[in-house]
Design a protein around this ligand. Structure first.
Ligand code: SAM
Length: 260
C-alpha cells in the first residue's frame, strides 16, 4: 500500500493551513541543536492539525496539544537524529515499525527532506489515516505506508536487508523489537530502539537477542526531555553480517517467545 491517493475524507489542498495554536519556543530547538525551516515548521504544525482531525474518527494519539505534541512527540522523535538533522541531504532509507499516529516516522520525514520513509502498522485504519496525512502534507513521494505486521515486513524482499535505519517507539519489549528491526537492515544499517527507562537487565536482554540476530549493541544514548518530561534512551544495534534467514519468526512468535 503506498501513500499516493488522497482519501475521500481528506480536506482539499496540499497541506492544511497551519495555525500557530501552540507557542514553539526557540529553546526547544536550541536544546535539539537544530532548527526547522519555516516550511518544516509549517508542516509540523499541519501534522498537528491533521492528528486532531483524525483523532475525532479513530484513536491515533492523545498527545496533540502544547508540550504533549512539541516535546513528547516531535522532540522525542527527533532527538536521536541530531547528527543527521545537520546533514539533511543524505538520501537515507528508513523504516518505522508500529508507527501508530506517525511517530517517529512522519516527524522524521518532515525533518530529513532527502530521506525515504516506510511506515508500518498492523492496524488498517491507522495505516489509512497515515496514508492520507502523508499525502496531505505533500510527502506521498517519499513516504510509503504498509498495513501489515512487522514480522511480514521483515520477510518482504522490498524491505528486508534494505534499510539504512529501522526504528520503533513504544511497540514491544526490546528483544521483540530487535527481532522486528534487525532483519530489515543493510549490513551498514542501524536499528534504533526508542526506550523510556533503561537499565542493566534491559541491556543484557537486548544483547542476547542481538547476538541471535547476528548483531550487537553499538551504544545507548540517554536524554532528559525538556520541561521535565522525563528520561529517554536510544538503543542502537549494528548488524555483524546478514541476519539469519529464520528471523523474524512467524507472526506472533517474537512476542510470545522473545529471544531474551
Ligand atoms: N510508535 C508510535 C508512537 O510512539 O506514538 C505508536 C506506538 S503504539 C503504542 C504501538 C503501535 O504499534 C500500534 O499502532 C500497533 O498497531 C503497532 N504494532 C504493534 N505490534 C506490531 C507489529 N508486530 N507489527 C506492526 N505494528 C505493530
Amino acid at each position: 500500500m503506498t501513500a499516493h491517493a488522497a482519501s475521500r475524507d481528506q480536506p482539499a489542498g496540499r497541506a492544511w493551513e497551519a495555525t500557530p495554536a501552540d507557542p514553539v519556543t526557540a529553546e526547544l530547538w536550541d536544546s535539539l541543536g537544530w532548527e526547522p525551516t519555516q516550511e518544516q515548521l509549517q508542516l509540523l504544525m499541519a501534522l498537528q492539525q491533521l492528528l486532531r482531525h483524525w483523532n475525532a474518527r479513530l484513536n491515533l494519539t492523545r498527545l496533540v496539544n502544547g508540550d504533549d505534541y512539541w516535546i513528547t512527540q516531535v522532540y522525542d522523535s527527533l532527538w536521536p537524529w541530531r547528527e543527521q538533522l545537520n546533514s539533511p541531504g543524505r538520501p537515507l532509507r528508513c523504516l518505522d515499525v508500529g508507527t501508530g499516529g506517525g511517530f517517529p516516522g512522519l516527524a522524521l520525514a518532515i525533518a530529513l527532506p532527502a530521506a525515504r520513509l516506510t511506515l508500518v502498522d498492523s492496524v488498517g485504519r491507522k495505516a489509512e489515516a497515515l496514508k492520507a496525512m502523508a499525502a496531505s502534507l505533500g510527502l506521498g513521494e517519499r513516504v510509503e505506508v504498509r498495513w501489515e505486521r512487522a514480522e511480514t515486513t521483515g520477510r518482504t524482499p522490498a524491505c528486508r536487508g534494505r534499510q539504512d535505519w529501522a526504528m520503533a517507539r513504544a511497540v514491544a519489549a526490546a528483544p521483540v523489537v530487535a527481532e522486528y528491526l534487525v532483519p530489515l537492515l543493510k549490513t551498514t544499517g542501524r536499528a534504533l530502539l526508542y526506550r523510556g527507562q533503561w537499565g542493566p537487565e534491559d541491556l543484557l536482554g537486548v544483547q542476547q537477542a542481538a547476538k541471535t540476530l547476528n548483531a550487537e549493541v553499538e551504544r545507548v544514548e540517554r536524554v532528559q526531555l525538556p520541561a521535565g518530561r522525563g528520561v529517554r534512551h536510544a538503543v542502537l544495534l549494528r548488524p555483524l553480517g546478514p541476519c539469519p534467514p529464520s528471523y523474524p519468526r512467524a507472526v506472533g512468535l517474537p512476542a510470545k517467545q522473545p529471544l531474551a
